[in-house]
Design a binder for this molecule. Structure first.
Ligand code: 2BA
Length: 147
């Protein structure tokens, strides 16, 4: 019933843009960045995990605090002095949910079940921004209020 309502409701281009945090506001790193830089960006931004982009602003994957700390976990302590030995490419995962801007809201909703954010790309694969679980839930809430 809810899904049908959402499928039938016209989610306009405007709303998709509204949902998206645009690229310039998304905290991100590049795969050739040293790991200490990536940890700094993650700590300063407050996010658990952020997109990894290449020089052409194409999505390569994502990296999170847990992966970084795991890579420098010693037998008895976190060996922070080893941070500069690694690059983002050593610990990132290429698994990142992604979709094109003109794909359906249903796809974004489905992806957000298992992922806190979805990367949005244009037809050439350039990174446009992210759609977060929070903005997807907010849109559903807005549509439910209209029923
Ligand atoms: P998390 O970092 O695990 O954040 C989970 C939720 O906690 C966020 O959900 C948000 O509601 C809140 N939160 C965390 N850090 C925050 C902060 N610095 N300021 C305000 N609220 C904060 P969502 O907003 O749905 O975001 C889902 C995921 O999308 C985040 O997961 C993060 O991985 C990513 N994300 C969100 N905004 C981002 C941005 N501007 N740059 C990079 N990644 C972002």
């Amino acid at each position: 019933m809810l899904l049908q309502t959402l499928k039938n409701s016209q989610i306009t281009d405007n709303e998709i843009s509204e949902l998206m945090i645009s690229q310039e506001k998304v905290a991100h790193v590049q795969s050739n960045n040293p790991l200490d830089h990536a940890l700094l960006v993650l700590i300063k931004s407050g996010y658990t995990s952020i997109p990894v982009l290449d020089k052409q602003y194409k999505v390569q994957g994502q990296v999170g605090k847990a992966q970084i700390l795991d890579s420098i976990l010693g037998m008895e302590r976190i060996e922070m002095e080893r941070l500069h030995e690694y690059f983002v490419s050593d610990v990132m995962t290429e698994k990142v949910p992604r979709m094109k801007k003109d794909e359906t809201f249903g796809k974004a909703l489905m992806l957000s079940i298992n992922h806190p954010f979805v990367c949005i790309e244009d037809n050439d694969g350039a990174f446009l921004g992210i759609m977060t679980r929070r903005s997807i839930l907010a849109l559903i809430h807005r549509h439910l209020e209209k029923i």
